[in-house]
Design a binder for this molecule. Structure first.
Ligand SMILES: [Zn+2]
Length: 95
């Protein structure tokens, strides 16, 4: 359920930028705003089979694990998009 919550939260964050100031820490917000300015849309992407949903680069396992743990917001080391993890994306990560 926690994955779902995060994904939901991020989806809201995407559509309700004006309302997010209270709910997201400032560093994350700043990062998000910067990404949005640089890349336009689609700055929050899922991890899909161990690759970034934005640039499709294979992610370091550490990034996947951190994202899975949801203890921090994880960015793609290649494109810097914010990553989120859902159970559906779990397949083939650990091979
Ligand atoms: Zn990427």
């Amino acid at each position: 359920m926690r994955e779902k919550n995060l994904a939901h939260h991020l989806a809201e964050l995407e559509s309700n930028r004006d309302q997010l100031a209270g709910g997201v820490d400032e560093r994350t917000l700043a990062r998000y705003e910067r990404l949005l300015a640089n890349k336009g849309e689609n700055v929050i992407v899922g991890i899909d089979h161990g690759v970034c949903g934005g640039c499709h680069m294979k992610l370091p396992i550490q990034s996947v694990v951190s994202c899975q743990g949801e203890e921090e917001i994880v960015s793609c080391p290649n494109c810097a998009r914010i990553l989120y993890f859902t159970r559906e994306m779990d397949l083939a990560v650990m091979d």
